[in-house]
Design a protein around this ligand. Sequence first.
Ligand code: FAD
Ligand code: NAP
Length: 338
Amino acid sequence: MKADLKKVNKYTAFLKIPYIRIQRKEMIMSDTIHNVVIVGSGPAGLTAAIYASRASLNPVIITGRNQGGQLNTTPEIGNWPGAFQNPSGFELMDSMTKHAKNLNVEFISDEVVSSDLEGEIKTLELSSGRKVKARTVIIATGANARYLGLASEEQYKGKGVSACATCDGFFYRGKEVAVVGGGSAAFIEAIFLGNLARKVYLVHRRSEFRAEKIVIDRFNKLVDEGKAEYVLDAKVTEIKGDGSVVTGVELDIQGEKRTLDLQGVFVAIGHNPATAAFAGLKRDEVGYIETGFERETQTSIPGVFAAGDCADPVYRQAITSAGQGCKAALDAQHFLGL
Ligand code: FAD
Ligand code: NAP
């Protein structure tokens, strides 16, 4: 609360507004108890917001830093039912956001840093210091990109190392790049880059893939055209650079050392659940929130529900996340008895 007041003081001094009025407004905002607060604005959070709003629960959504979630970074969605024109991830999420806004869902552009979820009234603390209170909370915080964990990778992040081809691919027009990973995300990134870069290497630690066949087939076309190449059974041991930018990757291929000279490395090795702010909940060893207590989306604390990638180590799809968001809103409504 102290940090809040400090900010308010600075603000009032700048605007020359009587301090006492702002302080009172802050107090009123903190004292509002919402029926439902949804944390996260990906497919799970936005679907929960749409359902909760249509049930007249007046939901509030705390967007987090990435409004729209993981799909924002993908150039096309080929499996959202009905969207046969393969919209970009951003287009799909923008349309979902507009749908929620159209239903008067209140959006707060901030992130939750800690939570007190026990008891009838739950409190979420935001990075601004603001506290938001609610009778029910739906956690839909999804997941964050995983990195290889090499010191050299850390050194060259933003200087040739990236986890988002849609965001950074443009800089690699006509250059050589590697994508690390063997899941659908790695293949989608590699296909996108294959149409921009001079050559793309798909570097994977095994020779079998988790990716869907349809994306593997599309990548194979680039291989046939000479625009792409597989480097399999390969472990990245170092990102090489000249001190300012990436110049290559060093690989261990079944005990043999190989260096690829290139300018960009795109890491697409999956995601970790973004659940650190909810330490009071039961989570598995990786950090996924455990659900299924009394209702399908209920967590270990009554009144707190979880949906989407933050609670799902298995399916991790936009459509399953949205489905769980729907269930969480219905479970919250049931809990409130409204
Ligand atoms: P996310 O989309 O991860 O959204 C999480 C939200 O929580 C974000 O808004 C974030 O800002 C917010 N947040 C996080 N922490 C906090 C916090 N502390 N406080 C407040 N807010 C917070 N799936 C498909 O079905 N089809 C595809 O074609 C497809 N393509 C993909 C391509 C790529 C490159 C990737 C990485 C994934 C792809 N997926 C695809 C998977 C899909 O993106 C996820 O399954 C889906 O986005 C999960 O939705 P979610 O709402 O659970 O979480
Ligand atoms: P994923 O399916 O979990 O694949 C991660 C890949 O990274 C695996 O190949 C894994 O190798 C590899 N990997 C993990 N840790 C590694 C490490 N430390 N070093 C090297 N390699 C490592 O993750 P994803 O591709 O991000 O997909 C996530 C979810 O989103 C999936 O459910 C997927 O279906 C969905 N998705 C769907 C689409 C679509 O178009 N339908 C597109 C993208 C994503 P191993 O195989 O050896 O474990």
